[in-house]
Ligand binder design. Structure first.
Ligand SMILES: [Fe+2]
Length: 316
């Protein structure tokens, strides 16, 4: 698979950071990452680290004021240069707040999309296998990512595998406030390092915990009415993520959008490759939920494991 080029570091990204603080306040509260995704889970069980996430721009919904990021001219220009492309179509902005994580986030690449195939119609494991197989590159939707940081906190660096997963990572840490990294996080592994304040392990909260402003410059986490954490916003690792679809030019966009992949196309491409490899495995479209099928594909088309990754709070 083609690797991503190293990302571009931008400085002094937002003219007046107070605008972002007002945006953060206006769109509070924030809920734990994955808090919504556990049907049947005990809503009172404290199972989530204090990693909160909300969408500001998603599926055409735009939170008031988030155009500050969505239409950022510096991001669009950096993405054009990074990809050598003229068409950059921003589609997502979301916010992460992290605090008191004594291990890292997961080392990962962001989930891929293809023309005709995305998470609304295709299992995520298959989308990821399609990416790592390298068989569907002409159908991939190139997506630029920018990650922006509000402040400098205790820890909270970003490890990124700019030279590929088999080379040691680079770390952006220290002077992160009002910087952004623009690159391809769908093809470059990356990982958040441990975030302070340190010394209290990784306190867990329930899926319905909420983070929001608590007066002055303080923010607090309320969990079923109990205040379980309080800190100045300065001490909370806040990042804002931006994603855009990228096309070399309008004719490339039109041609790619005009030829979406069907599930039958996916199966026949895999089956032809498997046959060429001498494998008897086939993509049985009636078995897409089968753990055995998924495991068999992971053996033939393994996802790389980046060297030097830190332990993750989600591995526990
Ligand atoms: Fe990511």
């Amino acid at each position: 698979m083609r690797l991503a080029a190293p990302p571009t570091l931008l400085h002094d990204v937002i003219d007046d950071v107070a605008d972002v603080v007002r945006l953060l306040e206006a769109h509070a509260p924030y809920t734990p990452l994955g808090g919504w995704y556990n049907p049947g889970a005990d809503p009172h069980a404290r199972t989530r680290p204090m990693w909160f996430q909300n969408d500001w721009v998603h599926d055409g919904e735009i939170a008031t004021g988030s155009e500050l990021f969505l239409r950022h001219p510096g991001y669009i220009e950096a993405a054009q240069q990074y990809y050598g492309a003229t068409v950059v179509e921003p589609h997502s902005v979301y916010v992460n707040h992290m605090m008191a994580l004594d291990a890292g986030g997961p080392a990962h690449t962001d989930n891929p999309r293809f023309h005709g195939r995305d998470r609304t119609n295709t299992p995520m494991w298959l989308l990821r296998t399609m990416l790592w197989s390298g068989l569907f590159e002409q159908f991939e939707i190139a997506q630029a990512t920018a990650i922006w940081w509000l402040n400098d906190v205790d820890g909270g660096g970003l490890l990124y595998w700019a030279d590929g997963p088999d080379q040691p990572p680079t770390e952006h840490v220290g002077a992160m406030a009002n910087t952004a990294l623009v690159g391809d996080n769908h093809k470059m592994f990356h990982q958040v390092g441990p975030v302070g304040p340190a010394g209290d392990g990784t306190p867990l909260v329930s899926p319905s915990a909420q983070l929001g402003p608590a007066g002055g410059d303080e923010w607090a986490v309320l969990d079923h009415g109990d205040e379980v954490f309080r800190a100045p916003l300065d001490a909370i690792r806040v990042s804002v993520l931006w994603k855009a679809d990228v096309y070399r030019n309008e004719s490339e966009r039109d041609a790619r959008q005009a030829s979406p992949l069907s599930m039958a196309d996916v199966a026949s491409a895999f089956d032809a490759d498997l046959r060429a490899r001498g494998s008897r495995l086939r993509l049985d479209l009636d078995q897409l939920e089968s753990p055995e099928l998924r495991a068999a594909f992971a053996l033939v088309y393994p996802e790389p494991r980046p060297v030097g990754a830190l332990p993750s709070v989600y591995d526990r």
